[in-house]
Design a protein. Structure first.
Length: 281
């Protein structure tokens, strides 16, 4: 065998050796990659299964919450209907002090249980106030109304709200509103109620101040005035005809429902659809 053939044999043996090494290493690499892919797939499947279980649990909790709220709403509606029917039935019957005591109890149950519901119970208070002849019971009626009003005021001013505290006022006295360019001025003062003006401190276009009455049966949730993104409410705490004790609060507008205002709705509609602004009155 000549030298050339020997070199060819050595090259062939080397090629076979490297072929074996490459095949062995390739098989190992493929096995490792395959195992890694399998592990990733398993983890993805486990994660997907866990995510599906979490979503299922969240949906179950959400469904349970919705059903509970529906149950609470239905119970609340039935409770309100029952209490008001009881109140109206008793109000038409002849009765003495004991009957009026039951009426006070029913009205307190209605007011406290539905203190966060934007319904105006003023007609019930005013009707019972006209029926009561006992001075002590009249005081109790006002205390019920003021208790609910104070609870509402606390909740509505807890964040981003303001309270003036108890302020003693006489006719023509004024109270500036914190952080708002307005003031409240006492225009009239009677024994059972007062009349106030809401005066703008910076708006020269305000021709006539807004006026409204205030008595013992005002509730901030329904008896308020909207001032942009804030609302104002005035509560009467005491009144002897010469001076009154009031509390003024301001709170975020969204905390109370808007009354149906066709003028404001028309203005919003025109601005949205036509890019127009409502002309001034």
């Amino acid at each position: 065998m000549n030298e050339k053939e020997q070199n060819l044999n050595r090259l062939e043996r080397r090629l076979k050796k490297w072929d074996l090494i490459i095949k062995t290493f390739g098989t190992l690499v493929i096995a490792v990659i395959g195992g890694f892919i399998t592990l990733i797939g398993y983890r993805m499947e486990s994660s997907s299964t866990a995510s599906a279980e979490r979503n299922k649990a969240i949906m179950a909790i959400s469904d349970s919450w919705v059903k509970q709220k529906e149950l609470d709403l239905n119970l609340g509606i039935k409770m309100l209907e029952t209490l008001i029917n009881q109140f109206l039935q008793k109000s038409t019957a002849q009765g003495g002090r004991e009957a009026m005591t039951q009426q006070l109890l029913l009205l307190r149950l209605i007011s406290i249980n539905f203190q966060d519901t934007p319904i105006n119970l003023r007609p019930l208070y005013e009707q019972l106030d006209r029926q009561l002849v006992n001075k002590e019971q009249k005081v109790q009626l006002r205390e019920i109304a003021m208790e609910v009003a104070q609870r509402q005021a606390f909740r509505m001013t807890f964040q981003n709200g303001w309270q003036s505290g108890k302020v003693s006022v006489k006719k023509d006295d004024s109270i500036d509103l914190a952080e708002l360019p307005y003031k409240i001025k006492v225009k009239e003062l009677g024994k059972e109620q007062l009349r106030v003006e809401l005066i703008s401190l910076g708006n020269q276009d305000q021709e006539t101040p807004l006026e409204f009455g205030v008595d013992y049966f005002d509730m901030p949730l329904v008896d308020n005035t909207k001032l942009g993104d804030k609302r104002i409410s005035v509560l009467q705490l005491d009144n002897d005809g010469k001076k009154a004790t009031i509390r003024v609060i301001t709170f975020d507008s969204y905390l109370a429902a808007d009354r149906f205002d066709i003028k404001e709705m028309t203005k919003d509609y025109e601005q949205t659809n036509f890019g127009m602004s409502q002309p001034k009155d």
